[in-house]
Design a binder for this molecule. Structure first.
Ligand SMILES: [Mn+2]
Length: 322
């Protein structure tokens, strides 16, 4: 059950004393845009708030207002003893990478949950989850509208970042009428569209494009499955200055192939897992259900999973080997 925005605002302004604002680990533009906008909102109401994430911020997102204030040391949870924890764009606290920190608190905190994933488990004491929204920042925009919170230019830039990164700059199937409406309102409020585009999109390095080249050269079409897939190994990334974020866009790019309806990128991650990113532009296909078969989830048109193992090429087919 969702809580009314006014009830959440009343809780924050009358009860919350020390708030942890938590984007999910390996933060993307949406979770970090939402979290930094929320920090600005709490500061405007003189509420003490700390931005904490299990992992650090990619350089492509370092332009976001307040991004430099992000803490990653779990010790701050012991020192601060937060009474309130706010999560953004996270199906649950384990996915966010914050469960252990929450468990380390002497008193269980009040948890606020802002999200747009339909797989969200509504784990919060206060939930504000809108699955029809293109991004968590669109959800947060709706929250701010309901409580009539002024949108400063910094807040607008943070919110617009999540909307642009989750919709592929207003091009993927998540791009709804309301996403465009909210995008226009945020630009009117001073959201810096050009800066966001330059930092998050026009930011490819030569090494990243070399990796894209490898991924594209390996593209395999499975007509019987309506699938185009490719694989990226740790060995591919060795010697190239690339981050996981650099290859995030490969799955989105494959989604523009007209021949097939499903795009899949398999990628070895540092911790001994293979991450799968699934995309579709088709209304008839539910890639979240496909990801669910492998213990993952996400949206109908963009989903992912993670399984233990590594990638091997066996007779021309890339296989996940435990
Ligand atoms: Mn999102």
């Amino acid at each position: 059950m969702n809580a009314p925005a006014k009830q959440i605002h009343a809780y924050l302004t009358t009860k919350a004393l020390r708030v942890a604002i938590v984007p999910h680990k390996n933060p993307d533009g949406d979770t970090l845009g939402a979290a930094t906008a929320f920090l600005a909102y709490l500061r405007a109401h003189n509420i003490e708030a700390t931005l904490w994430c299990k992992t650090s911020v990619a350089s492509a997102l370092s332009f976001l207002p307040h991004a430099k204030e992000l803490h990653s040391d779990p010790a701050i949870w012991i020192a601060e003893q937060f009474d309130t924890v706010c999560l953004f764009d996270s199906g649950d606290p384990v996915f966010a990478g914050v469960q252990e920190c929450i468990d380390s608190l002497k008193k269980p905190p009040t948890i606020l949950n802002f999200d747009h994933h339909f797989t969200n488990s509504l784990f919060g004491n206060y939930n504000f989850v809108q699955t029809s929204s293109a991004s968590t920042t669109e959800v947060l925009y709706n929250y701010f509208s309901e409580i009539k919170e002024p949108i400063t230019s910094d807040i607008a830039t943070s919110l617009l970042t999540g909307l642009m990164t989750d919709t592929g700059n207003f091009s993927n199937p998540a791009t709804s009428e309301s996403a465009l409406d909210v995008g226009a309102a945020l630009i009117r409020a001073g959201g810096n569209y050009n800066a966001i585009l330059n930092y998050t999109y026009r930011n490819k390095t030569a090494d990243a494009l070399k990796l894209w080249g490898l991924a594209l050269s390996r593209l395999t079409i499975k007509p019987e499955m309506n699938l185009a897939y490719t694989a990226i190994t740790r060995a591919d990334m060795a010697g190239l200055h690339v981050t996981d974020n650099d290859i995030e866009g490969v799955a989105n790019f494959l989604n523009s192939i007209g021949d097939t309806k499903i795009a899949l990128v398999l990628k070895e991650s540092q911790d001994g897992y293979v991450k799968g990113s699934l995309r579709t532009a088709s209304n008839e296909i539910d890639v979240a259900a496909m990801a669910g078969v492998f213990g993952g989830g996400g949206h109908k048109k963009a989903a992912g999973f993670s399984v233990k193992g590594h990638l091997e090429n066996r007779d021309g087919e890339w296989t996940i080997v435990p």
